[in-house]
Each structure stands twice: as C-alpha cells, then as structure tokens.
Design a protein around this ligand. Structure first.
Ligand code: JFZ
Length: 502
C-alpha cells in the first residue's frame, strides 16, 4: 500500500517536472556558429534554401496556431488494458513489455485493428471544433510507429480497409479540414515496429540490405501514394527517422526529398526527414537547416528568438505531460490549463513560431472531454485576440516585458498580459534607438481605448523612454488579456510624416 502511494507521488513529481520543462527550456538548443575553417564539404545537405519564402512558406510563418491529431489503433486501449496501466506515452503502447504488460501483448495489439470501428467519428465535427478553436493548420497521423495506415494503402495490407470501419479516414479528415479553410499536413512515421523488412540497425549483410531496400521502396511508394491521393495536402511531418537504418540511407533519402520536391514544389517538409552523410539530423554538419522549418521543438520552446537564425519553426505540445495518443486517465497527471496553453502559444508567436496543440481522440472517434473544454476556452480567447496571433511576429526592437509577451503586426504591437501590475500601470520600455513610439492603446477585450502617457522618469544616462498604459481598476479577467498598442514613427520620422501632409 505504502509503495503504491509513494509511486504515485513520484509520478506526480515527474509529471510536474516534465511540464515545467516545457515552460522553460533547460538545455541550450541554440545553433553553434561554425568557424569558416571548420566547414566541411557536404554532398547530401539541404536541398532547398532554408529561408524559402514562397506563398506556402509565408502562410506557414503566419499560421500561429495549429492542431496535431494522433489517432490510430492505440486509441482503443488508451493507456491501459484490462486494468493494467501503461506508463509510457499512450501511442507507444504496442511496445509495452516487462512484468506490467499483459501476456502476448504485441499479438493482442496487432489484432486490435479487427475491432477498429469508431462509431462517433465525424471528421466534419473535428474540423468545426478546430475552426472554432482558431486553428490554421492540422497535422494528422496517417501512420504511426505501429505501421497501421489510416488510408487504404496499396502497399500494405495493415490498413483501414481491413477494419470494420473500412472507409478512408485520411480522406475524410483532409476533406473536412480543407472545407473549413484549415491547411493539412500529414504525419508519417518511417519507423515501423511490425514490418519484417524494417530494422533499427544499419543493414550490413546482403540479405539485410535487400530487405531494407524493399522497405525504402515501400516508404517512397506510400509517400507518393499519400501526395497523389490527397492533393490538398500542404506539408509532410516525418517522424521515426532516427534509427541507424534510415540514417545510413542518406543517399536514398536525399534523392527521395529531391523527387518529392520536383513533383510537389510547394510542399513543406520539416527538418526531421533526413540527415547528411555524417549522420547529422535536422541541421547538417555545417549547422544549416535541412528542410523548410525547424522541427526540433517538441514539448519544448527556444529560449530566445536569436536561437532560430530566422528559420521558420513550430512547437508541438501535448496537453498531458507526454502522451500524444488517447489517454483515458488524466487524474494522476498534470494537465496543462488553457492559460498554460495560451502562454506557450504567445511565447512561440513572440519568437516567430507556430504553436501546435495535440489532441488524441478515443477509439470511438470522440475527443477527450478535457480536450473539448480546452478547445472551447482557447477558441473563446482566440475570437477576441486572434489579431495578436495570426501573421504576428517578434516585436523586434522592443525588449522583453515582465508582463507577458509582445507580438507585432504592421504598425501594432500586442502585449498579452499574464502578470498584471498591482497598480494597474503597464510601463512599456522603448529604447531610444527604436524609431517608433506608442500612439494609442486599446484593450482587446472590449475595444476600449486606454489612457497612455509618456512617463519621463529621468534616470541618469538612461537610453530608454517609458510609456504608461493605465488599466481600468474594474477590469476583471481570469485569462491573460491583450493590449493593442498602435505605433507611430518617433520624432524624426514623425516630422517627415507631418511635412508630407502639408
Ligand atoms: C515522436 C513519437 O515517437 C511520438 O509518439 C509522437 O508521435 C511525437 C510527436 O513524435 O516522439 C518524439 C520524437 C522526437 C523527439 C521527441 C519525441 N525529439 O526530437 O525530442
């Protein structure tokens, strides 16, 4: 009894540590600058300019908020089976082993598809919810590590047509989200646990090489099958690309990326697809981004915008500490609050990134009630404050604020306030070299203008000016709220503006 409760305590502590970790990255993930003499020759490095800026990438940079959906056979057990609790990430449940695992677990799991019949699944309902939540793009799992394809793949019989449900789920999802004006990216795991031609290690013998070559062909076929079937798809989100087998196939993967881009030049591919000939993933051996955006920000955020070198990026995030697939049991885990999520989103957007929130529907096709609640609350917030998110960027030139996060669009600065000052005076610091100053301030909650005044503090040798925005005493909010600050050119710019009007 004692041991059980101790275990639960440890779990709670672990969960808390995990979630705090997502709020402040502990490790330095900044890219190292390589000295010119240390640069190496790379033949299988980036194929496209990492700062590609066509319409597709412009849209990507402006999305702000995305939704991830992890759905597959793992939704049936959730994170438990016949009273046994699986403690790993719920979508990894097939790999359950050790004494806590049910007998013949992999066999049981590999036959669960025969019961996959999600009676409550309605892609249009999901898409409508996503739209109301304010989502601009979706990443949907077409095939996770178990190898089960949610579309009727010609290249593998382990697919949706062998289930009682039968219908093409990928098509239903792509069509429904596209109809709501939401862009769709397809998640695709290269690694497959149940495929006899797959291996984790580098193929060495002729037999292994022949097997893995078959696997590579199969992977290529499935990728082109998806792109051919669902022409609306805007991007591919690769996963399970870390094993030595894939890493050693850099010639093949280089050519594959070239082929995909030749046929689908607008397609967006993140940096998790492949590696260079030295085995460097995401960034090549000269630290150049391999792909259209940084796909490394998983359950973590960069600390500073400078870590990103101007690269596009997204952060993908779970609601529980670390489950992506359906998780029945939320009781003993830290569940991110809607305010946590708004904070992570605004922090991401303030550093030019997108924030992608994960949902793991259950085996019947319903979202977890906790997910429904977050979707509703986030949607209510987005309905009022979306201007601060879509197409918004880093507020270059304005120092970080203790109140929350700045984002910027055109001539407007948006301050999302998480820490409200006790005297209701929000003081904005404007460095003298910043050529713009606040002109008006509006509370997005009700569209009311706020009092704004230049606060000339008179600190000696201070290189900043200050502007005070006065919040109404009667303002009540249990959510972070946004102050929109309209900017105008500072003195010298203003003069030109005035002259022009004369
Ligand atoms: C992978 C999957 O294994 C997981 O099930 C889920 O689909 C997630 C979105 O992606 O997990 C990863 C992959 C990469 C990192 C961490 C977890 N990483 O680079 O830190």
């Amino acid at each position: 009894m004692k041991r059980v409760s101790l275990k639960i305590h440890l779990l709670v502590i672990a969960a808390l540590c995990c979630s705090i970790g997502t709020l402040s990255a502990q490790k330095n993930y900044a890219r190292a600058k390589i000295k010119p003499e240390k640069l190496v020759e790379i033949n299988y490095g980036p194929i496209v300019d990492p700062h590609r800026n066509d319409d597709a990438m412009k849209a990507f940079r402006g999305y702000g908020l995305g939704q991830f959906i992890h759905w597959g056979i793992y939704a049936i057990p959730g994170n438990e089976w016949e009273g046994h609790l699986y403690r790993g990430a719920s979508e990894w449940i097939r790999s359950w082993g050790g004494s806590s695992a049910p007998k013949n677990w992999a066999y049981i799991y590999d036959n669960l598809y025969k019961q996959f019949d999600p009676k409550d699944f309605d892609a249009r309902k999901w898409a409508k919810q996503a739209k109301e939540m304010g989502v601009k793009y979706l990443i949907f799992t077409t095939k996770h590590h178990d190898g089960f394809a949610l579309w009727p793949s010609k290249f593998s019989s382990y697919n949706i047509s062998g289930t009682p449900y039968k219908k093409d789920i990928v098509k239903e999802v792509v069509d429904a989200y596209t109809a709501e004006g939401i862009d769709v990216f397809l998640y695709f795991s290269v690694m497959e646990w149940s495929n006899p031609n797959y291996m984790g290690k580098k193929p060495v013998t002729e037999e292994e090489k022949a097997k893995f070559n078959k696997f590579l062909e199969y992977t290529k076929n499935q990728i082109f099958e998806l792109l051919g079937n669902y022409s609306q798809v805007k991007g591919l989100w690769f996963d399970g690309t870390w094993d030595a087998s894939w890493v050693s196939s850099y010639k093949y993967t280089y050519q594959l990326e070239k082929d995909i881009r030749a046929k689908y030049p607008r397609i967006i591919i993140g940096s998790r697809f492949r590696n260079d000939e030295y085995g460097k993933r995401h960034f090549d051996s000269n630290e150049k981004l391999m792909g259209d955006y940084e796909q490394v920000w998983e359950r973590k955020l960069p600390k500073e915008v400078d870590w990103l070198d101007g690269n596009a990026w997204e952060a993908v995030m779970t609601i529980t500490p670390g489950d992506w697939g359906y998780t029945k049991n939320w009781e003993n885990k830290y569940i991110k609050t809607t305010n946590d999520i708004i904070g992570l989103m605004m922090k991401s957007v303030s550093m030019n990134g997108n924030f992608v929130l994960n949902f793991g529907p259950d085996g019947t096709g319903k979202m977890h009630p906790g997910e429904d609640k977050i979707a509703r609350e986030l949607g209510e917030w987005m309905a009022v404050n979306r201007e601060a998110v879509y197409g918004a960027q880093n507020a270059k030139g304005f120092p970080d604020t203790p109140y929350g996060y700045f984002t910027r669009k055109d001539n407007n600065l948006y301050l999302t306030i998480f820490n409200r000052p006790i005297d209701n005076i929000v003081r904005i610091t404007v460095p003298s070299e910043t050529k713009e100053i606040p002109k008006t301030a509006t509370l997005m909650l009700n569209g009311k203008m706020l009092m704004l005044k230049h606060a000339d503090i008179g600190f000696d040798v201070d290189t900043n000016s200050y502007y005070d925005i006065i919040l109404p005493d009667d303002l009540q909010s249990n959510r972070p709220f946004v102050v929109k600050i309209n900017l105008m050119g500072a003195a010298d710019n203003k003069k030109k503006g005035v002259d022009a009007h004369m």
